[in-house]
Design a protein around this ligand. Sequence first.
Ligand code: NAP
Ligand code: MG
Length: 402
Amino acid sequence: MEKIKVISPIVEIDGDEMTRIMWAMLKEKLLLPYLDMQLEYYDLHVKHRDDTDDQVTIDAAEAIKRHKVGVKCATITPNADRVTEYDLKQQWKSPNATIRAMLDGTVFRAPILVNNVKPAVTSWKKPIVIGRHAYGDVYKNQEHRVDGPGKAELVFTPEGGEPVRLTIQDFGGPGIIQGIHNTDESIYSFARACFTYSLDRKIDCWFSTKDTISKTYDAHFRDVFQEVFDNEFKDKFEAAGLQYFFTLIDDAVARVMKDEGGFLWACKNYDGDVMSDMLASAFGSLAMMTSVLVSPHGYFEYEAAHGTVQRHYYKHQAGEKTSTNSMALIFAWTGALTKRAELDNTPEVADFAAKLEQSALETIEAGVMTGDMARIAEPKPSGHVNTEQFLDAIAERLQSKL
Ligand code: NAP
Ligand code: MG
């Protein structure tokens, strides 16, 4: 068979531990035999980030700016234990945070549904997609430990103007303070990214903040969303029969538990971080959640929502077979290929990606699955396959479709 040509480069960002092992396996078994791709490779293995003083992470983000489409493996965010384990120079910043700060944008996380796994929340019939704002708030903060009595103030000095001072707290004893921010530019693009995604996928859009308590900060997010909706999206939503719905975050959480799903839930950075893990596990497994960073500048970065699956990696290193689920990594690649196909206008590449996704879904629905899925599937499969057997089973189905 002649290989399918992917015209423009894809930025490939390799990572750590078990996901690095699976990354190589899935390329070898599911992609390289069928595709003629130009991959611009960046190795974000934690040791290589350390060797380059994290320059490689910045280079990878710059490459996505050049080529528009990237696909990323999971990476270790170093903590004190990792510094010892890998003999690192320092606790490097999270690569995801570095890349998001450079590309800006919104992270959309959608569950991968199969017909033999029922969501833990029985009312959910359709996917709930999280749109997580990927800039600012507590992820780009200043924090200070207050040792004793004193006055904490918020000071803003306008260019060429007089400072504005607000008292945060008159401390009578020790405590803590934190300063956070966001920018109008980023909030407007967050709103546009969410409304555009809703229209693309033909699903309603919900947005929630704590605007009753945070009457300036969170209320500003609410007002920006309403303004962008009214001025740019209202007619398009009406024509498509879709709704935009704003509510207090507490109310949104309560409603989500009773709704049948099938909507985008736009969340501020922290809310999206927390809620996406809850949704992923309630929909089945962390390995059944896709993730894409959509930048307002037209850059797309696809990844798995889960981490490096450290515990499985230690088993793998000890020579044991693991049963690690590669679905989210496969869907990261198919997402990147589908976007590349759209930008390059190469339907044969999109067709390949669709066949690969179908092969992966059908494999699980036929009862061939890894341990995480076997525990929750109905009917219960007679057993589960290991990491490599799962990829082989998908490869076999894919082969028969091509
Ligand atoms: P994790 O790698 O997501 O794994 C947590 C647990 O979830 C695993 O121990 C496993 O449960 C289950 N799991 C996750 N993915 C799975 C898969 N594909 N197949 C089967 N089971 C899966 O999170 P973590 O252990 O908290 O973090 C490990 C490392 O990943 C950390 O160094 C962290 O910094 C990094 N991380 C990276 C990213 C990213 O790059 N996007 C995101 C999060 C975390 P069982 O052990 O019970 O089988
Ligand atoms: Mg998280």
